[in-house]
Design a protein around this ligand. Structure first.
Ligand code: HEC
Length: 123
């Protein structure tokens, strides 16, 4: 009787699995969207004086690549980009600053929103 009971419970819960997974997915994408929004705000004050930080922009500083180009480089992920940002030693000399750890994930989340299929970086 006990076995039947737990089998029955499983049968009742099984159809809920996709619903639960979707709920988790939504919570995740909402968190990512919020992070991307914070990242954009940060970039507007700290990066946009040199870089074009939105799609199809022209960088105020011609030496600074538009973020379109950075975001669409082959192999870029939130992880590789965050690693770059975490290590100021990698930065070009013009970028003489550090990015605080707590905003790194936000900028990376924003950067990924600029990724598009079939976009070919010009540099
Ligand atoms: C004072 C101008 C300036 C500011 C401000 C600035 N950058 Fe840059 N950045 C540059 C220049 C110039 C380059 C390209 C240098 C080169 O290619 O040698 C660059 C390159 C980059 C690159 C590409 C590096 C690579 O691997 O080619 C990334 C990513 C980047 N910047 C991110 C940022 C972020 C994030 C911020 C804001 C937190 C920021 N930059 C603020 C001037 C700036």
């Amino acid at each position: 009787m006990k076995r039947v009971g737990s089998a029955l419970l499983l049968l009742l819960l099984l159809p809920m699995a996709p619903v639960l997974a979707a709920a988790r997915g939504n919570a995740h994408s909402a968190a990512t969207a919020a992070a991307a929004q914070r990242g954009r705000t940060f970039a507007e004050t700290h990066c946009a004086q040199c870089h074009a930080i939105t799609a199809n922009g022209t960088s105020p500083n011609p030496e600074a690549p538009p973020w379109d180009d950075v975001a669409n480089r082959e192999g870029l992920t939130a992880q590789t980009f965050a690693t770059f940002l975490a290590d100021a030693h990698n930065y070009p000399a013009a970028m003489d600053f550090r990015v605080e750890r707590r905003v790194i994930g936000d900028i990376a989340a924003y950067m990924l929103t600029l990724r598009r299929q079939n976009y070919k970086p010009t540099r």
